[in-house]
Design a protein around this ligand. Structure first.
Ligand SMILES: Nc1ncnc2c1ncn2[C@@H]1O[C@H](COP(=O)(O)OP(=O)(O)O)[C@@H](O)[C@H]1O
Ligand SMILES: [Mg+2]
Length: 214
């Protein structure tokens, strides 16, 4: 991906300062240059799509932003803080969530359980605390379940909430993966190839959910 590839057509209509800025990122693997001076700005409430053929560097860009890759050059500023060099977990805690090409779920666990996993960074109770302060931990879990129920309602997956995710079709699994990312209550959500492998109905549903989420 080269510099022009990631600039977006929408002018800065909001006038707001960027929530996330990537500045002249460079990422190469041996001789393969995946990102060549790529810059992008994302403002609050602004949906941005990065498009390009296979191998263009879209996933590499998201991997850099979310901390899975460390770019060899360039800066990433999220919510006023420099992100390059921080761990995936630290960046997630700062409020960045992502979905993956394919899915990133536990097939043996139910829909609710998978979405609850997205809450773990908001959970204070450790297993030990859960034993010592049983009631307090229970109360905390109840609050997390409330957020999860809201997400389940938003994504219209009430009827399958107790089903193991492995038994669901691809479109629904992608929806659960989105739910898991939303459970982080992120400030910014990166979705890698969200529509890949979906039929038209699933694509339309997902487009609606993305607008609702905003
Ligand atoms: N972990 C990696 N190791 C080696 N090469 C990689 C790695 N990740 C991406 N690449 C290479 O970087 C280029 C961009 O890939 P990628 O970011 O996956 O593009 P896209 O997501 O747009 O299809 C490709 O040539 C790919 O082979
Ligand atoms: Mg990709």
């Amino acid at each position: 991906m080269s510099a022009e590839a990631a600039t977006h057509a929408e002018p800065n209509v909001s006038g707001m300062r960027p929530m996330l800025t990537a500045d002249r990122l460079r990422m190469s693997f041996g001789g393969v240059v995946a990102l060549n001076e790529v810059s992008i700005e994302i403002r609050p409430d602004e949906p941005i799509a990065v498009i390009g053929p296979n191998g263009a560097g879209k996933t590499s860009l998201m991997n850099c932003m979310s901390g899975f890759y460390r770019p060899q050059q360039g800066r990433i500023v999220f919510d006023g803080e420099q992100m390059v060099g921080r761990s995936v977990h630290q960046i997630a805690r700062s409020g960045l969530a992502r979905t993956f090409q394919g899915t990133h779920i536990f097939p043996g666990m139910t829909v609710i359980e998978n979405i609850l996993i997205g809450r773990h960074m908001h959970m204070r109770s450790s297993i030990l605390q859960a034993f010592v302060h049983f009631h307090w931990a229970q109360k905390e879990e109840a609050q997390h379940r409330e957020v999860v129920e809201e997400i389940i309602e938003l994504l219209e997956i009430e009827s399958i909430r107790h089903q193991p995710v492995g038994t669901l079709g691809y479109g629904l699994r992608k929806r659960v993966d989105l739910g898991r990312a939303l459970a982080q209550e992120p400030k910014i959500l990166l979705m890698d190839e969200p529509m890949a492998g979906m039929n038209n109905e699933e694509k339309e549903d997902l487009a609606r959910f993305i607008l609702d989420v905003r």
